[in-house]
Design a binder for this molecule. Structure first.
Ligand SMILES: Cc1ncc(COP(=O)(O)O)c(C=O)c1O
Length: 360
């Protein structure tokens, strides 16, 4: 595997090598069945046991209580932007949104189709470089929605927001799911597209409390009701079998690392190395406020667009791919999800030091 380079892509993103190797061998013959994993029926014993084990490992990782369902849907996290309000919000009703970046803005836009989203707070005044500490809730929000990690702007909630009694907290955790310990009980629902910390794109993981599964609208198509997925073990129609299989391998890898606490420590150390260089070097600086910094997406600039471009080009030449910041922000972004190796951060810091000495 020594022809792999350091992949800082924001998603789809780097996966653990051992997971890719296991997947590779399962493509032709899964578990001695003589049939590749992608070729197995979703109703057959082989896939059913993959599904059961994946759910069991998911529960074990985050200590997910029995009154929460684990569901697998399609359409990406973006489809949850409308599926959530379609299920829980009707005309005349209000749901509150933390607006901390482009993804939460997109979620608000979809909620507008079904009811009245109320912006409880926003950090748009400073181009989303921080997570607001205060929020003003509407009198009776049906739910409160937040994006735990802002992939584009490199900010992250460091604890779950506290919401009014009786309202459900719903989290888009697409870019930091299972990167640290997680208090499931504080949430009514957590959803995440797989392609950053969980596996390949094409499958969305949902952790949903039974009350919300039941509360969802019945006047919408079956495929958009959470109860359909709950009642049918995510197999009402053909689920994304390969994506679920891959997620299962990633779950096993997380457990092998020592679970979320161990993963969190690794992530703190990796991000800490990079932020410490940004804070102490003489050319680059981090763009997010210190108390809002993300452990998953580290955004930084030199302050000179041309120099940023030069850095990105030279870094790519040297084997550091995907460092260009999102088109709406510019600069650089190092996405260092769970599977990104610590060695890659150390090598990047050395490369930055070298670049600094030539360009300061
Ligand atoms: C925080 C967040 N939410 C939602 C999305 C959209 O996900 P998808 O492409 O799976 O619809 C992304 C994609 O990067 C994201 O980072």
């Amino acid at each position: 595997m020594n022809n792999r380079i350091f992949n800082f892509s924001a998603g789809p993103a780097v996966l653990p090598v051992e997971v890719l190797e296991q997947a590779q061998s399962s493509l032709l013959d899964f578990d001695g069945t003589g049939i590749g994993i992608m070729e197995h029926s979703h109703r057959g014993a082989a896939f059913c046991s993959v599904l059961d084990q994946t759910i069991a490992d998911c529960r074990a990782i985050a200590d997910i209580p029995g009154d929460y369902q684990i569901l697998f849907m399609q359409g990406g996290a973006s489809s949850q932007f409308f599926t959530v309000p379609m299920n829980f919000l009707s005309a005349g009703e209000t749901a509150d949104y933390y607006v901390t970046g482009s993804w939460s803005k997109k979620a608000v836009a979809q909620a507008n189709r079904y009811g009245t989203p109320h912006i409880a707070c926003t950090s748009e005044d400073r181009n989303f470089c921080y997570v607001p500490q205060e929020a003003e809730f509407s009198p009776q929000p049906k739910y409160v929605h937040y994006t735990s990690n802002n992939t584009i702007f490199g900010t992250q909630f460091h604890s779950e927001p506290t919401v009014p009694d009786q309202s459900h907290l719903i989290c888009d955790a697409s870019s930091d799911i299972f990167s640290r310990s997680l208090d499931i009980r504080k949430h009514g629902m957590i959803y995440a597209g797989a392609q950053k910390n969980l596996g390949p794109s094409g499958v969305t993981l949902l952790i949903v409390h039974n009350d919300l599964v039941e509360a969802g609208s019945r006047d919408i198509p079956e495929m958009l009701q959470y109860r359909t997925f709950s009642k049918n073990d995510s197999c009402y129609n053909t689920p994304p079998t390969f994506g679920i299989f891959m997620m299962g391998l990633v779950f096993k890898w997380i457990l092998k690392q020592g679970g979320l606490k161990a993963i969190e420590e690794m992530n703190e150390e990796k991000a800490g190395t990079l932020y410490s260089h940004l804070d102490n070097g003489n050319l680059f600086r981090a763009t997010a406020d210190e108390n809002s910094r993300s452990l998953m997406n580290v955004t930084f600039v030199t302050g000179d667009d041309e120099l940023d471009k030069k850095f990105i080009a030279e870094a790519k030449q040297a084997g550091f791919d995907g460092l260009k910041g999102h088109r709406s922000v510019g600069g650089m972004r190092a996405s260092i999800y769970n599977a990104f190796p610590a060695e890659g951060i150390n090598e990047l810091v050395k490369f930055m030091q070298n670049f600094e000495s030539k360009n300061s």
